[in-house]
Ligand binder design. Structure first.
Ligand code: PLP
Length: 417
């Protein structure tokens, strides 16, 4: 067991001003080692520079931090609890804790970032917001933040995703957001990102683009990470209070990588804490059957950044598959690439099958139906257990709740709703 560390309990619900690890990456060019950077049309560079400059000021601006902190507490419901998984703990002979992002308003961690960026946009004097969405979770979070703050909002969504996620399309409309279907390419998330970037290029004067994960051109990966760091700061204070020890391992699913980097980041300097990211293993090993970028991809330029991408030998981005729409993406946030290369984080894969089993296991043992995305972090628990001592402490990030997935799971299991 690592000695209990006297870590000053971080105040929940605030963006960190300047903790050591957050200061080291990215560099001034937005690079995490060789990854990240900015690969965008010339017309976007001034907007990204303006955003970076504003963000660096607001990061340490007391009034901004207070406004955001108050909203996270009173509107989102932070701090989210750290719940002991009593039955799972005795089954696996580990002390298992769940970080409950499923209890955030709108049902997942995405609201932390959407609110942060919407507030930032207001400070920049931008009255129009655009966003991309895949499953619709980031679209709903952004539509919610815009309704709250009185901003005009348009969300781009592939028409194939709209068909699969109709309830979320209607939710966004109820919240007063315009949803625009994207017909190009595979009619899914990457096509929606392309369309949002195109909109931004032509409307950059009055428009802010809220990217939904820790990816895209600099400063997005850094900024989104900082807005999601609240998860890890709270978890650290909570586990120290409850156990008097740092955890032995933290597990989180990795789509673009925002919930994972959010919970990992405050622990990066605590070398004794194993950090485990879980990618979507889908239904097979072949390209196109999964969304495991580190297992099946190679480095390349994709949607504004240099990162690991699922692509063929000609550099064409390939299709992906995952039972969870939120993990079904060909690229990954650049900071994760650095953390993989340096071996600070280990990345595992969880198949569709194991994720579905993960949903059942958490539902039956703890009475919590997790999102299919989060279930990937639960589905590899048997692997995590091998990497931790008996009675060791494990934190699983439950990034979202499963309400949105119930119909899909019922369909897969042949249960007609
Ligand atoms: C969107 C989403 C994810 C994946 O996104 P990250 O940026 O990797 O966190 C994971 N879980 C839930 C519940 C989501 O909605």
């Amino acid at each position: 067991m690592p000695a209990a560390k006297a870590v000053k309990a971080a105040k929940p619900a605030r963006v960190p001003a300047s903790p050591a690890a957050a200061e080291s990456w990215p560099d001034a060019a937005g690079r995490f080692g060789r990854y990240g950077g900015r690969y965008v049309p010339e017309t976007l560079v001034p907007a990204l520079d303006q955003l970076l400059e504003a963000y660096l000021k607001l990061r340490t601006d007391k009034a901004f931090q207070k406004e955001l902190g108050d909203l996270l507490r009173d509107y989102v419901g932070r701090p989210t609890p750290l719940t002991k998984a009593v039955t799972l703990s005795s089954r696996f002979q580990r002390r298992i804790w769940l970080k409950r992002e499923d209890l955030c308003h709108t049902g997942a961690h995405k609201i932390n970032n959407a609110l942060g960026q919407a507030l930032l946009a207001k400070r920049l004097g931008k009255k129009r917001i655009i966003a991309e969405t895949g499953a619709g979770q980031h679209g709903v979070a952004t539509a919610t933040a815009c309704a709250l703050l009185g901003l005009k909002c348009r969300v781009y969504m592939g028409t194939e995703d709209m068909r699969r996620q109709l309830p979320n399309v209607f939710r966004m409309k109820l919240l007063g957001t315009e949803v625009v279907g994207v017909q190009s390419g595979t009619k899914t998330l990457k096509d929606a990102v392309n369309e949002a970037l195109r909109d931004w290029v032509s409307n950059v004067e009055d428009t802010h683009y809220i990217i939904g994960s820790a990816l895209g051109p600099h400063p997005y990966p850094m900024m989104v990470r900082d807005f999601q760091r609240v998860i890890g700061e709270e978890a650290k204070a909570q586990v120290l209070k409850n156990e008097g020890h740092l955890p032995h391992a933290i597990v989180a699913c990795v789509g673009g990588g925002s919930n994972a980097i959010g919970i990992f980041h405050p622990f990066l300097d605590d070398k004794e804490v194993k950090l485990i990211g879980v990618e979507a293993g889908g239904r097979g090993e072949r390209l196109g059957e999964h969304a495991a970028r580190f297992a099946g991809g190679t480095p390349g330029v994709f949607q504004g950044m240099y990162t690991w991408v699922l692509q063929n030998d000609d550099g064409q981005v390939t299709g992906t598959h995952s039972v969870s729409a939120g993990l079904d993406y060909a690229g990954i946030g650049p900071e994760h690439c650095l953390l993989r290369d340096s071996k600070r984080v280990e990345y595992l894969r969880c198949s569709d099958q194991h994720a579905l089993r993960g949903v059942r296991m958490l539902a039956e043992t703890e009475g919590i139906i997790p999102a299919l995305e989060s279930a990937h972090a639960i589905g590899v628990l048997h692997e995590v257990v091998k990497r931790t001592p008996k009675d060791g402490i494990i934190i699983i990030n439950v990034s979202g709740r499963g309400d949105k997935d119930v119909a899909e799971i019922a369909r897969i299991e042949g249960f007609a709703l």
